[in-house]
Design a protein around this ligand. Sequence first.
Ligand SMILES: Nc1ncnc2c1ncn2[C@@H]1O[C@H](COP(=O)(O)OP(=O)(O)OP(=O)(O)O)[C@@H](O)[C@H]1O
Length: 338
Amino acid sequence: MCYQSKKRNRRQELPENTRKKDFALKKTASESRDKNNRLVFFEGCNLAFDLEDLLSASAEVLGKGIFGVTYKAALEDSTTVAVKRLKEVASAKREFEQQMEVIGNIRHEHVSALRAYYNSKNEKLVVHDYYDLGSVSDLLHGKRGEGRTPLDWETRLKIAIGAARGIAYIHTQSNGKLVHGNIKASNIFLNSERYGCISDIGLALAMSPMPPPILRAAGYRAPEVTDTRKATQASDVYSFGVFLLELLTGKSPIHATGSEEIVHLVRWVHSVVREEWTAEVFDVELLRYPNIEEEMVEMLQIAMSCVVRVPEQRLKMTDVAKMVEENSTSWQREAIIF
Ligand SMILES: Nc1ncnc2c1ncn2[C@@H]1O[C@H](COP(=O)(O)OP(=O)(O)OP(=O)(O)O)[C@@H](O)[C@H]1O
């Protein structure tokens, strides 16, 4: 861990149009006064800015989540990062910092690296790399209709493989006790090889409980989890199963039908496939690709084994990751043959 990486030539002049300052991340008076609070960077991260730079960067809101607001911050040295400003952290200062240390030291190709964090009484920030393709949620649900680039089967498989590997890896950390706690499509990105990459590890466990489940998150949450801080590895498996169903069906975990009825994806899939495995469940965008039905049905079965009601009956994430990979070899074989 290093407290501050050395600065590059960050004071260079920028063209007028890139210097727009929304100051969305502007510091509070107490942050200015408190000289002891510094951004904590993690080993191997070559970012070169300090808190002052970050808080005065040109920032744009990417979205508001359960635990705070995430900004895209463009620094003067042209580095772009994603900064999440956390609200209502429940853990004590030391506990929060210990959690950040565990997460910040994880380096895995399918886990988005936590680059830095900031922790003062009034302000808690976490800094990640910025993914300019957006999240898997954006890729799946954004810009439907005309002009949309469909998310092909190979990309969906690579997303599923990467996400499964990332979660399985997380579950081996902290003596096999680390839990993600908030697996969902908006927390999964594409790494440089276009495989899935998991972000926002462990935040749910550090935050205040969210008693009335917010619809967006509720669709991923295992039925036994009533308090976000009590998520387990088994509940992560459930959430991953919901995410797989989302990749297969193209539907959000909770969505409204034409008649405005709210539909829970797991229940919907159960009701459609109750009689027999039917092509009706799959995303229409996938129906154009030849010879993938068997793989899709197999993937659907893996997903259904992840979302069983009883946590003890769910698969372990390492087994899920193996199954997803074994079921995804056809395009890899084809890529080698042709
Ligand atoms: N590193 C990043 N790069 C690009 N976009 C990001 C990054 N981190 C988050 N986002 C996007 O910013 C938006 C807000 O993210 P945020 O994590 O705050 O909320 P969420 O994912 O919707 O919900 P939750 O609070 O449960 O994680 C989402 O659309 C998310 O995909």
